[in-house]
Design a protein around this ligand. Structure first.
Ligand SMILES: Nc1ncnc2c1ncn2[C@@H]1O[C@H](COP(=O)(O)OP(=O)(O)OP(=O)(O)O)[C@@H](O)[C@H]1O
Ligand SMILES: [Mg+2]
Length: 395
């Protein structure tokens, strides 16, 4: 008999299916990444390194020939291969002879406030995690000190950064530990470095759900205090160590997202320009505004430095999408980022092996496919970096 038709068995069936799936995923991971292998960041060609540093390829070559700066590894084809560490060392070197201070070091200076960017929308699959991961990595590669925090119990952001939410976090280790109501730990205890210098991670897993369950209880018992500031206050403990914090929010407007909204200095709402997505967005915006009113009524400062919409998985040849995009741009004007994140098989394929496009080599894809996708991602991320710089009073 079909077990699914027998309600008494559903529990067992689901459990069995979960076990099978976990075993399969585990096996797949073992074959992709041997047990002792951890993720490593690739090296960059001299052209890529020059672009990240904002100098000409020929100038980088000149530095190399003069023996200034780090000595990069060479490929079998005798090309220079720069590690992120090499690039950071070069950045320090270039800064020493820069025309004006900060030309090569984009991070905070005295008086600049930490930027906390919340990537949100309660619509599932609108590209939040893809956006957050590429933004965090791009900023780190550009020389910002970045902390990425996974607020989604489904933990895709975490998995993209080489941490298995079910396997690698058996005894906690998510942000929940630092924002829980009973004996929270220092946030520093849940921060871990990643394989990308300049990028740290607070992973997520199902334990984050506890915050959604405990907050109503704490509120009922009058123990919650200003619950929506728990993330902000936790981040404040390590504020001096970072320039930018990126929050990958779950696809719901729960207490975690509310707290992220209260911690954020900049809000990025990802929109897939399809009719159904845009319809649910109007609900999302109304509910968000209502929630922010409630929080503001308690006397909290709910002002943000900026908020922008980012169009995601955009297909320029799709006529209905174009109509929705035009409609959104007319309605919301410059609140919609100029650069859209184009839909690309390079991005989804990289995701299948738990990588961002910044981690894969150009040679892994058809050149035009790769170039089109990376140009789109860079344009999006650099537009956001420009907003950050503007907040700090620079152009
Ligand atoms: N620009 C893109 N081109 C191709 N595929 C994309 C692109 N952006 C996202 N995707 C794919 O779409 C799916 C959903 O994206 P993503 O996980 O970033 O959305 P999300 O909003 O974080 O989802 P959730 O609400 O479940 O957290 C993923 O499989 C991802 O690889
Ligand atoms: Mg996500």
């Amino acid at each position: 008999m079909d077990a699914m038709r027998d309600p008494e068995n559903l529990n067992a069936v689901i459990r069995q299916h979960a076990e099978w799936l976990a075993a399969q995923l585990h096996a797949q991971r073992e074959s992709l990444f041997p047990p002792d292998a951890s993720k490593a960041m690739r090296t960059f060609t001299s052209g890529e390194a020059a672009a990240l540093l904002g100098v000409n390829d020929s100038y980088l070559r000149k530095l190399h020939l003069e023996g200034r700066g780090p000595v990069p590894a060479t490929t079998p084809g005798n090309r220079r291969a720069y590690s992120v560490h090499d690039i950071n060392e070069l950045r320090q070197l270039l800064e020493k002879t820069a025309r004006k201070p900060g030309d090569y070091l984009p991070g905070r200076r005295d008086g600049d406030r930490l930027q906390v960017i919340g990537v949100m929308n309660f619509k599932g699959g609108s590209g939040k995690t893809t956006t957050a991961a590429h933004l965090a990595q791009r900023l780190a590669l550009k020389g910002y000190r970045v902390l990425g925090i996974d607020l989604d119990p489904q933990a895709s952001y975490t998995a993209l950064h080489g941490v298995q939410p079910e396997l690698d976090l058996p005894d906690g280790g998510t942000l929940y530990d630092a924002i829980r109501y009973d004996s929270p730990c220092p946030i520093a205890d849940v921060i871990r470095p990643t394989y990308i210098p300049g990028l740290d991670l607070i992973p997520g897993n199902l334990e984050l759900m506890e915050f959604e369950h405990e907050t109503p209880r704490a509120l009922a018992e009058n123990q919650a205090g200003l619950f929506f500031f728990r993330i902000r206050d936790a981040i404040a403990q390590v504020e001096d160590n970072y320039d930018v914090v990126v929050l990958d929010c779950p696809p719901q407007l729960g207490f975690l997202t509310m707290s992220a909204l209260s911690a954020a200095t900049g809000v990025l709402v990802t929109i897939h320009p399809e009719m159904l997505d845009v319809m649910s967005m109007s609900q999302f915006l109304r509910m968000t505004a209502d929630l922010m009113d409630v929080i503001a009524d308690s006397g909290a400062d709910m002002s943000h430095d900026w908020m922008r919409y980012l169009l995601t998985r955009v297909e320029p040849t799709d006529a209905p999408q174009n109509r929705i995009t035009a409609f959104l741009r007319t309605m919301y004007g410059d609140k919609v980022l100029n650069a859209p994140m184009l839909k690309s098989t390079a991005i989804s394929d990289a995701g299948l092996t738990k990588q961002t496009l910044y981690e894969v080599e150009r040679g892994a894809f058809t050149r035009t496919t790769y170039d089109r996708a990376i140009e789109s991602l860079n344009a999006v991320n650099d537009e956001i970096a420009a907003l950050i710089q503007k907040t700090w009073g620079r152009t």
